[in-house]
Design a protein around this ligand. Structure first.
Ligand code: FAD
Length: 410
């Protein structure tokens, strides 16, 4: 039985190139611009699109897409190291064109789109000439249960008329199109998985009113509230077939959740590096903080958790690569990495004292961003519910919970 955590030489080479590009080109360029909220908008856009051009010229573009679609053709294990290298800086994944929500939408279009839809919607996403959003969550009903959505699509001849209300739609203001989930089968009872359908909606569009960007605890936004009134789309804009909206959403979220984990690992590692650096360079009561047992425990707990995060992500990624059922492993990874990220950044702030609470280091911003990880793309409790269901089912089926703990030979 082969358990080998070393990367193939060609993947090691790619990892080195991503690391170098992010460290030597992206970070200095973005730092040089200062605060992105107050930077000159045109200069900012020129800079980040210029960096995209450089990434593409170096072959560091679309690591998650097959080569025949212009991607790097990496499996999920190899992708883990590219995503985590890229996420050393917040804009990194966007510059490599592998950031949410476009990344998940690309997978979705590749899997569910017709040839015509792929040319019209997937192709420009891959080229980086268009951006997209995914519109499912609604303020009036629990986003944790997408079978409850109230946005309706009613057939009218060859067209569908859509009415409803969405919010927290990331990237909506920059998007050239949305994948919108609406209820098309009103007669099906609550909880039915066949009641929703996905539609491709070109933006901007009459009937799609972006009423505000919701201000969030990380100070900036990018997540829109949308009122949809008599928006008309052709029947050919259905993505993945009528009644498949729920399945499509779940299919989209599997690899997309793991890609989040890959990026969060990078953030957690940055926080741990900072924690150790500070502990080595700050003295109190006669010795460095790194010599205090109380601080060592914070470091040790963080190191152990980060190690678990990495193993969980690599194992879940290897299951996806092998075509095995990965739902439980991805749920466990999503829950564990999101919570570890929050704990590790919090400990790093603790070791930095007042400096950690200030905005002089990136830790405060990392902490604010980390919080959403525990509730978006499946809240903690939803993943716990699914993990428990599958653990109980495994026991019922086999008399053992082994299959629900990664199916590992232990
Ligand atoms: C930064 C950010 C970006 C987002 N981007 C998008 C996007 O691009 N497109 C989009 O459609 N949505 C997006 N969302 C919305 C996100 O997917 C939802 O917030 C998420 O699905 C949870 O739905 P909700 O907010 O309605 O919470 P609710 O479903 O109301 O749940 C609230 C809380 O109740 C608890 N809970 C709910 N159900 C159960 C249960 N069955 N058992 C136990 N506890 C439960 C959990 O603690 C949960 O956190 C984004 C959210 C954030 C924060």
């Amino acid at each position: 039985m082969a358990i080998d955590f070393t990367l193939a030489p060609e993947h090691e080479e790619i990892r080195g190139r991503v690391r170098e590009f992010i460290r030597d080109t992206v970070v200095p360029a973005v730092d040089g611009l200062g605060d992105e909220r107050t930077a000159d908008r045109d200069a900012y856009l020129r800079l980040i699109f210029g960096l995209r051009g450089k990434a593409r010229a170096r072959g560091l573009w679309l690591p998650h897409m097959p080569e025949e679609w212009g991607g790097m053709g990496l499996g999920h294990v190899a992708l883990a190291m590219v995503q985590s290298e890229a996420a050393k800086t917040r804009l990194g994944p966007w510059i490599l064109n592998c950031s949410a929500p476009d990344e998940g939408n690309m997978h979705t279009l590749l899997h569910w789109g017709t040839d015509e839809q792929k040319e019209r919607y997937l192709r420009p996403l891959l080229e980086g000439t268009r951006m997209s959003c995914f519109a499912m969550t609604e303020p009036e009903v629990a986003g944790s249960d997408p079978t409850l959505i109230r946005t309706t699509a009613v057939q009218d001849g060859d067209e569908w008329v859509i009415n409803g209300h969405k919010w927290f739609i990331s990237n909506a203001r920059r998007a050239g199109f949305a994948i919108l989930i609406a209820r098309t089968e009103p007669d099906l009872p609550e909880g039915s998985r066949g009641a929703n359908t996905a539609f491709l909606v070109d933006l901007p569009q009459r009937g799609w009113d972006d009423v505000r960007e919701v201000e969030t605890m990380h100070g900036s936004t990018g997540h829109s509230e949308i009122v949809i009134t008599d928006l008309r789309v052709a029947g050919s804009q259905i993505l993945g077939g009528r009644g498949n909206g729920h399945r499509l959403g779940q299919h989209r979220l599997g690899p997309a959740r793991l890609a989040h984990c890959m990026r969060w690992i990078s953030q957690a590692e940055t926080a741990l590096d900072m924690m150790v650096d500070r502990a080595l360079n700050r003295r109190s009561h006669g010795s460095a903080l790194a010599d205090k047992q109380g601080v060592q425990w914070l470091i040790a707990d963080s190191a152990m958790e980060l190690y678990q995060c990495k193993l969980m992500v690599l194992h879940a990624a290897s299951k996806i690569d092998k075509g095995e059922d990965f739902r439980t492993e991805v749920s466990m990874a999503k829950h564990f990495v999101a919570n570890s990220l929050n704990r590790i950044v919090d400990r790093a702030i603790q070791v930095h004292g007042a400096l950690g609470y200030s905005t002089d280091t990136p830790l405060a911003s990392m902490f604010q961003h980390a919080r959403w990880a525990r509730l978006a793309d499946g809240a903690d409790e939803i993943h716990q519910m699914r993990i428990a269901e599958r653990t109980i089912a495994a026991y019922r089926a086999t008399g053992s919970t082994n299959a629900a703990t990664g199916g590992l030979p232990l």
